[in-house]
Ligand binder design. Sequence first.
Ligand code: ATP
Length: 473
Amino acid sequence: MTKKEKNNNADNETMNKIVSLCKRRGFIFPSSEIYGGFAAVYDYGPYGVELENAVKREWWRTMVRLREDIVGLDSGIFMHPRIWEASGHVAGFSDPLAECRNCHARLRVDHLLEDIGAQADEKMDEKEINEIFNEHKAEVKCPHCGKSDFTGVKKFNLLVKSNLGNFTDDWAKDPAYLRGETCQGIYVNYKNVLDSARVKIPFGIAQIGKAFRNEITARQFIFRTREFEQMEMQYFTSPDKEMEEYEKLRQARWQYYLDLGIREENLKWHKHENLVFYAKEAYDIEYNFPFGFKELEGVHARGDYDLSQHAKFSGKPLDYADPRTGEKYVPHVIESSVGVGRTVLAVLSDAYTEEKVGDEERVVMKFPRKLAPIKVAVFPLLKNKPELVAKAKAIYRDISVDYMCEFDDNGNIGKRYRRQDEIGTPYCVTVDFDTLENPPAGGDVTVRDRDTMKQERIKIEELMDYFKGKNLS
Ligand code: ATP
């Protein structure tokens, strides 16, 4: 086995462990499992939805709440079909696909070529990518069966079609699309926001919402799914300030991941060499997933393409009269675009830890505390002592007012710690007989820290102050 193959196996092992933990502990389930599954769609379970909400909350806090110059939006999933013509998605939103003649797996040719170090990307037209693929065919192996026998490359459109509002049998000729990205909803509302909110250029519009893509290869768990959520911010600038604002946005986005608690060594910039004709510059922030560094977020300078296209296709002028200079121009756009699922997978990968504790091994999800699905778990030492249970329940109810909290009286304390470690709960509170000893003072409890495993006695009336200092939300 080569060193690369060995590393790949170890990486796959980590990925398999994360996928299995997610299922076992109620983070993420494959869709429609009792019906045999539905490819490339995942459901978020009780802890997954908390983690996902925490990710979205942090993004919104950074992007909207703490920014005077950015406002929020929630546009519909369905939009006028011409929008997708204006954006270029109907004609050009496609991925290059080839089939393995041996095992019939459908493969993304740009990814196969990237893996062997050949320059290719999904924006190339069919002819161009076929030429490069033909040149390198012999070096490329099917990742499923290892054979090297492929069909030619065909480009497949990623837009998902629907019959919404169309009651004829041939609706597919004039379909309504499920949006392939959320930012088009931002562009077509640019003028509404400008006219109604008190914003002046430069300003941004941020949105979190579902997007749908008919992805050809849907592997790597929630990294690439057919239904997913995006967090996108489009920032409108004057032409001369575009690149200056772009640099600021790049720095802000890098800092965001550090503040989120992602380890810096797992992040890197990837510059796009092959730019679409209108783009000024494009970088991705890549994360070191268990299967290697891959795109987490795109930060792109897009020129005036987006608003110009919508002005052209809708016939409505979208230019801006600058109140400071009197100048008229179509605003330029810089964007930050990231998937919720990809962020969740980066957070899961960053947090997954195996540790030796004495003779035992523990698995612990070391989530940054503000992202942890459950902040505090409360246990009565024994399940069958009503006075311990009543006290623990009362503490659980008090903490729940401020934090996501869980009550657990199942099995012994060691087992409960192991379970809370696996779902990444930063603090466990145990009510024992000493807690009941001194009722007038309210007693004290044991608080155990997830990462250090240290335990300390804290007075019940001081518990909330204790948690307040721990950056739990
Ligand atoms: P990729 O090259 O991985 O297909 P992309 O360049 O097509 O991604 P964009 O269109 O720039 O992606 O979308 C912005 C972000 O949305 C991506 O950085 C990613 O985080 C997320 N995203 C895109 N497609 C998917 C998908 N199929 N599943 C999950 N997240 C996605």
